[in-house]
Write a protein of this length. Structure first.
Length: 393
């Protein structure tokens, strides 16, 4: 019998799989890697906060029942007419499909950006970025050329800001440890608008900007990146900014295979879904997380965040359990639990409803949400094991 197949073990896919697993409903979970990545914490990997392996959680450790199957494979295509998923390990048929393949960095056709700038959208990318910065520090030591101590991040959204916050803390320490002159270090954050962090309140943006500036980050505001060449971003104003490290965090898009499958997508390959998270006009295919374009009545589409993906995954998983018991599905309702942006390991800004928090208080909230997530994934054992590693006890 054709069963439930879930594509992607990120925040959305994993939440749906765990819900089914708890109720003993059979499913097949297909993921590129044998682990779940804590993607919302990748800036910590780039800043060497902890061992990179602690940002991955083995899928084999999460699913033990005979009713759950984990397939480590690359999904290459979805054939809707045949109800088949093509992978590098063969074709897998489905009765119900859950698409939760996340997103990757979008460069919007900007010349040279994909080739010459790093991105921060997978554990591997975060580790490559970290190693590159270490190599640049070494090159500076060998050549004395200050360009190797120049670091530019383009994009003042959550990803770019959390990365810059992490580096503003780690890089001066690392340079000092290597005996390099910290005053030659230059960190620049390029953003197209007058204020960074568009998803938080104006007051918190100002706090975040002041904190980054205080720690030596140059905020290059109201400047768009027009392209990149080896070792330089070219701005719309014509300025050329040279740096040994270029990072692009200017936006994300869902995988092209969704459009190629014939699903109803927008200009970022996100699939239009209805109130039950089903792809519009495509029965038996559900889409969640960064791959989905969900618009509540009179609202704007939900943003691509881990929080949205996780809630969609839980909801869809619960609906599939209901359906297995012959009960009708419930419509998805999103509950905004607020947003916390870390600016390194010691400072953050948080917006929970109308409440604001800054500094260590914001980080306590972030730690709370990390703990809650770990507890939900694997219970107290996973929570304690991982938290000990992160606390380096
Ligand atoms: C540095 C950074 C910080 C962030 N901070 C926050 C934050 O503080 N709060 C927040 O809510 N959100 C944050 N986000 C956004 C959040 O990480 C994403 O919105 C979230 O991961 C989306 O979940 P998802 O389940 O849709 O996809 P993902 O978590 O990306 O999971 C997709 C899964 O599918 C797999 N996959 C993809 N393509 C294939 C394929 N072809 N074949 C097989 N497997 C495949 C991937 O390997 C992955 O396991 C941050 C993102 C970044 C990069």
């Amino acid at each position: 019998m054709r069963g439930i197949v879930i594509l992607g073990a990120g925040y959305g896919g994993l939440a749906a799989a765990l819900e089914l697993d708890r109720h003993g409903i059979p499913f097949t979970l297909i993921n590129r890697e044998p682990y779940h990545t804590f993607k919302t914490l990748l800036h910590e990997v780039a800043g060497a906060r902890h061992d990179p392996h602690t940002y991955a959680l083995s899928l084999a450790d999460l699913f033990h029942r005979e009713t759950s199957e984990v397939v480590v494979a690359e999904v290459n295509a979805v054939r809707l007419s045949d109800k088949l998923v093509e992978t590098n390990r063969g074709a897998i048929s489905y009765g119900t499909l859950v698409v939760a393949l996340g997103s990757r960095t979008a460069t919007f056709g900007l010349s040279g950006v994909a080739e010459h700038a790093f991105r921060l959208d997978s554990l591997r990318a975060a580790m490559e970025l970290h190693h590159h910065v270490e190599r640049e520090l070494e090159r500076y030591r060998q050549t004395g050329d200050p360009v190797h101590l120049n670091v530019l991040v383009a994009g003042g959204g959550l990803t770019g800001v959390e990365l810059m916050g992490e580096w503003a803390d780690w890089l001066p320490k690392r340079a000092r440890d290597l005996g390099l002159p910290v005053h030659d270090l230059h960190l620049g954050l390029i953003h197209a608008h007058a204020e960074i962090l568009p998803d938080v309140d104006h007051q918190l943006r100002a706090v975040a900007q002041a904190k980054l500036s205080e720690r030596g980050v140059e905020l290059i505001l109201n400047e768009r990146v027009a392209g990149a060449e080896p070792g330089a971003f070219i701005l719309g104003s014509g300025r050329k900014l040279e740096a040994g490290t270029l990072v692009w965090t200017g936006g994300v898009e869902a995988p092209a295979l969704l459009q190629e499958a014939g699903l109803p997508v927008d200009n970022r390959n996100r699939v239009d879904v209805d109130e039950f998270l089903m792809a519009k006009g495509v029965p038996d295919v559900y889409v969640i997380g960064d791959c989905a374009r969900f618009t509540a009545a009179h609202g704007t589409p939900l943003p691509p965040t881990g929080q949205v993906a996780e809630q969609m995954g839980h909801h869809l998983g619960a609906n599939l359990v209901r359906s297995a018991h012959g009960r009708p599905p419930l419509p998805f309702v999103y509950h905004d639990h607020g947003m916390v942006a870390s600016l390194g390991p010691r400072y953050g800004v948080a917006e929970i409803g109308t409440h604001h928090a800054t500094g260590a208080t914001a980080l306590v909230l972030k730690d709370g949400s990390k703990m809650k997530y770990l507890m939900h994934l694997g219970g107290p054992v996973t929570l304690l094991k991982r938290y000990r590693q992160w606390l380096e006890i």
